[in-house]
Design a protein around this ligand. Sequence first.
Ligand SMILES: [Zn+2]
Length: 115
Amino acid sequence: MVKIKIDQAKTILQRKKAELQKILDSIRAQDPSNMPGWEDENTQDDDAFERESKSRVDALEKRTLESFANVNRSLAKIEHETYGICDACGKEIDPARLKMIPEASYCIHCQRNVE
Ligand SMILES: [Zn+2]
């Protein structure tokens, strides 16, 4: 049986976390509502364009935040020595699955039920 290397998983997760943080920063930098003058001096054309780009940015931000939360949860599980245990059924998550998705919180069976 393949054993998960916790140290390795931790390194990957920390790298992922840093990457996601960078992506979040750049998403927020693009968010028109964070820009000075938003809603103040726009023509109607600008508004429509900015609303549309804002909803796209919001969707991207939401997805990135979800991954970020997953990575954080996995890092917390490493701290509590519960990494590799399914959040739902408490059984071991297939190490092959963790190798592919280090931030997986559920085993393959429970993941299907969650989705
Ligand atoms: Zn499970």
